[in-house]
Design a protein around this ligand. Structure first.
Ligand code: SF4
Length: 377
């Protein structure tokens, strides 16, 4: 296998999975501040940030999980979810460990809250990863399961290798990131799905320990200042963020500040992590939210994690024809031209369309790229 850190200098006294970062600054009291996200963790020697994978090492902040992953999997792009980005195509997806949010309802907490870097039993250098994705017929690679904000340097190198191989790169993120790191991360990306976890500061503060304003800033940045194709996901949690008023306010903000053509996905919560006392989201809530968002003027609103062909169909923005009919991750009808136009009226469908739809379907295929890199107890 090639060196894991081909484009990153090794950090003296650290292992091969540790690389330097440029998002930090020294404070007058001897601490070093990580400036990647608004947590701005201020660390003394040996301390780790809230995300656990960034740490103080000497006079800098380092990333300690470069090249390591919780596992690789090929799955459909619709699972990210992205409905307007190379529909039907397979994506090589992976994550690492750690997260810079602390959501009580986390649906991936075994990965994102992992404080055991040794649970990252897979490893891959960026070039190997991109070559594997290409060999498997993937059109993209995706940073998902946990937030690429915290492993920015590894995500950037993998995205560059993917682009060199003719593939695209997708970030699935909560959008909780400071502007300089945001510019850096998304300059390497082609598409993003941003979790908009709710539409009140109170929810963000109490349930996610973050701030709504930062996420809205990230969305405005992506839509107005980059070419990154952006879709939004809101996980609806019964009794916490699913009121008619909150959904209407979110949809109205998207329509006004991002434009009505940005796709919005409403997905179903299942009891997990520190929110096992909350019931799963009923499909009727997803359908209600979709109706409210459509009434607010959004053109592409989808339901997820349920069988709901009506709520998962893309309609032509020109003539209203059902262009892409989906059932969960399976495409049952596709009437978009290779250049992304309605085959009935010729209207342009917002998104990234290159050639015919893929035929990957709903499959999920775990991939083993390398033997475990650490000895297990
Ligand atoms: S990226 Fe991690 S270490 Fe840096 S500020 Fe955010 S939580 Fe703290």
């Amino acid at each position: 296998m090639a060196a894991l850190t081909p484009s990153r200098p090794r950090v003296e006294g650290a292992d091969e999975f540790t690389v330097g970062t440029r998002f930090h600054r020294a404070l007058g009291d001897g601490r070093i501040e990580c400036t990647v996200c608004p947590r701005n963790c201020r660390l003394r020697e040996g301390q780790r940030g809230l995300c656990f994978v960034r740490a103080r090492h000497g006079d800098q902040i380092v990333l300690t999980s470069y090249g390591r992953s919780s596992g690789f999997c090929v799955d459909p792009v619709e699972k990210k979810p992205l409905n307007h980005f190379l529909p039907g195509t397979p994506v090589l997806s992976f994550g690492t460990a750690g997260c810079n949010l602390a959501c009580r309802f986390c649906q991936n907490w075994d990965i994102s809250k992992s404080r055991e870097i040794d649970t990252l039993s897979s490893q891959a250098d960026a070039v190997t990863l991109a070559a594997t994705a290409k060999r498997l017929g993937c059109k993209s690679i995706a940073f998902t399961y946990n937030d690429p904000t915290v492993f920015l340097e590894y995500a950037a190198d993998c995205a560059d290798a993917a682009r060199d191989a003719g593939l695209k790169a997708i970030a699935v993120s909560a959008g909780y990131i400071n502007p300089p790191a945001r510019r850096e991360l998304y300059s390497h990306m082609d598409a993003a799905n941003i979790d908009l976890k709710a539409f009140t500061e109170e929810f963000y503060k109490k349930i996610a320990f973050a701030s709504l304003r930062t996420v809205l800033d990230t969305l405005e940045y992506l839509v107005h200042e980059t070419d990154v194709w952006t879709e939004i996901t809101t996980l609806l949690i019964p009794g916490h963020n699913d009121s008619d008023a909150e959904i209407a306010a979110e949809a109205a903000w998207i329509a006004e500040h991002l434009g009505p053509e940005v796709p919005l996905h409403f997905t179903a919560f299942h009891p997990d992590f520190k929110m096992r006392d909350v019931p799963p989201t009923p499909p009727s809530t997803l359908r209600r939210a979709r109706r409210i968002a459509l009434e607010a003027g959004l053109r592409f609103v989808y339901t997820g994690n349920v069988h709901d062909p009506d709520g998962q169909t893309t309609h032509c923005p020109g003539c209203g024809e059902a262009l892409i009919v989906r059932d969960w991750y399976r495409i049952d009808r596709y009437a978009v031209s290779d250049s992304g136009h309605c085959t009935s009226c010729g209207a342009r469908v917002p998104g990234v369309f290159e050639g015919p739809a893929g035929d990957w379907g709903p499959r999920r295929q775990p991939i083993r790229l390398a033997a475990p890199s650490v000895s297990q107890p």
